[in-house]
Design a protein. Structure first.
Ligand code: UT7
Length: 421
């Protein structure tokens, strides 16, 4: 195994910040728009509620709050930052990067910036990438952010995905490490052959946005949950073991395990395999759901505020996600947080109730699906189709068909099969 932090300067996390939007959507709220219930969601995932950004809030808005909080904790001014890396699958727009938007908003006038896309492993990937610049002596201060507004790319009429994900942002300031603290081990992995298991099919160069991609709901997240579950359980162990081995440590040495918050059952089974009691595991999926790249830094923020992370402790971070990607980091923590800090946006308090735009979008999704089902029925039995029914959409390879990736005959379908309701 190749060490991931070059044999150069040590790198530490000098400050953490987090931010979640005020709107709280409970499981009961979601049961109003999809065929689900609180019991199913809680027992299968551990999620009770999630945060959802308002329509006018973009990823950079959450990222900015988290970044300012992290900089303040580290005692670093924005103009001292050398590099900003934003890990996200929900950038404000394809370009300019959210990192550049953030650089401007923070007034980080000296900083370079780029976005990094590794889905739910994004924060660990960004941590590893940012650490290299400091280890190599090129930069002294790197701001790493994991930020998402996944609510904007969810089909709120698809119960297989909309109950799982949430919005939020977390940030970390990386600095050269004093002796005895900082990142001790890092590991990253990827397997693109599993890319179809979790994806947003349209909106890129393979399927550029068009009236048809919108009509077919191809800009929304699609996931084969069962397969991602199996992949997660395997790769979390591999990643954790590799990062710990690099640090010369074992699971016994871990004071706190901060896993990606995707499913409580995944977290629990990994902790059991690592022989780590649940008192040493950070879990906040019940309140935020899966916030992808934001999940680990938001969990770190809460663990610092509640005093669960203290100077000198060994903290294990483990993530997995779309790509497929996975990764782990082992950090000897360098500071205590003196007083709890909020995750709420400035001046905001949690606000309950299903937002109207979600209700509307779910109704549109149902109508879209019903329309597609009617078209499919008409195509299967043209004699039964009402006069004037719209023509069947083009099939794979037929004129007018949407192009698929090379070597694959079928057009994109919902990754998990036809369960969307
Ligand atoms: O960060 C990485 C992103 N993703 C993940 O980590 C997801 C990993 N996977 C998971 O967390 C789980 O696979 C899920 C929570 C997504 C699903 O749990 P599961 O135990 O694997 O359920 P399943 O997919 O096997 O579905 C079981 C049943 C199905 O019904 P049938 O076919 O048995 O009749 C689904 O149609 O549950 C049904 N179902 C639901 N029922 C109520 C699926 N979603 C829902 C729902 N409410 N929201």
């Amino acid at each position: 195994m190749r060490p991931l932090v070059a044999a150069g300067r040590g790198v530490t996390i000098a400050g953490i910040g987090g931010c979640v939007p005020p709107s709280v959507v409970t499981n009961d709220d979601l049961a109003q728009v999809v065929e689900t219930d609180d019991e199913w969601i809680r027992t299968r995932t551990g999620i009770r509620e999630r945060r959802v950004a308002d329509p006018e809030t973009a990823t950079s808005d959450l990222a900015e709050v988290a970044a300012r909080r992290a900089l303040e904790e580290a005692g670093v001014r924005p103009d001292q930052v050398d590099l900003i890396i934003v890990a996200t699958v929900t950038p404000d727009m394809p370009f300019p990067s959210t990192a550049c938007l953030l650089q401007d908003r923070l007034g980080a006038v000296r900083a370079a910036g780029f976005d990094l896309e590794a889905a739910c492993s994004g924060f660990v990937y960004a941590l590893a990438a940012g650490a290299q610049f400091i280890a190599a002596g090129l930069y002294d201060t790197v701001l790493v952010v994991g930020a998402e507004t996944l609510s904007k790319i969810l089909d709120w009429s698809d119960r297989r995905t909309c109950v799982l994900l949430g919005d939020g942002a977390g940030a970390a300031v990386l600095r050269p490490a004093p002796p005895g603290e900082g990142i001790l081990g890092l590991y990253l992995g990827a397997d693109g052959s599993g890319g179809d298991l979790l994806k947003q099919p349209a909106g890129g160069s393979r399927l550029p946005p068009s009236a048809e991609t919108v009509a077919r709901g191809l800009h929304f997240v699609q996931m084969n949950g069962r397969e991602v579950f199996k992949f997660a359980v395997k790769t979390m162990g591999d990643a954790a073991q590799a990062a710990l081995a690099q640090a010369g440590l074992g699971f016994d040495d871990v004071d706190l395990y901060v896993p990606h918050q995707a499913n409580y059952r995944i977290i629990e089974s990994s902790a059991r395999r690592f022989d780590l009691p649940l008192e040493r595991v950070v879990v906040n999926i019940d309140r935020y759901g899966n916030t992808s790249a934001a999940s680990i830094p938001v969990a770190l923020d809460e663990a610092l505020s509640t005093g669960r992370i203290r100077a000198g402790q060994t903290v294990l971070l483990v993530a997995f996600g779309g790509g497929l990607t996975w990764g782990a980091a082992v950090v000897r923590w360098g500071y205590d947080r003196q007083a709890p800090r909020p995750l709420e946006m400035p001046g905001q308090r949690p606000r309950y109730g299903l937002p109207e735009w979600i209700r509307r979008q779910a109704a549109e999704g149902r109508a879209r699906r019903d329309g597609r089902a009617r078209l499919a029925a008409a195509a299967a039995d043209p004699a039964a189709s009402p006069a004037g029914a719209a023509p069947r959409p083009a099939g794979p390879g037929e004129p007018g068909a949407l192009p698929g990736p090379p070597g694959r005959g079928a057009p994109p379908r919902a990754a998990g099969g036809g369960d969307a309701r």
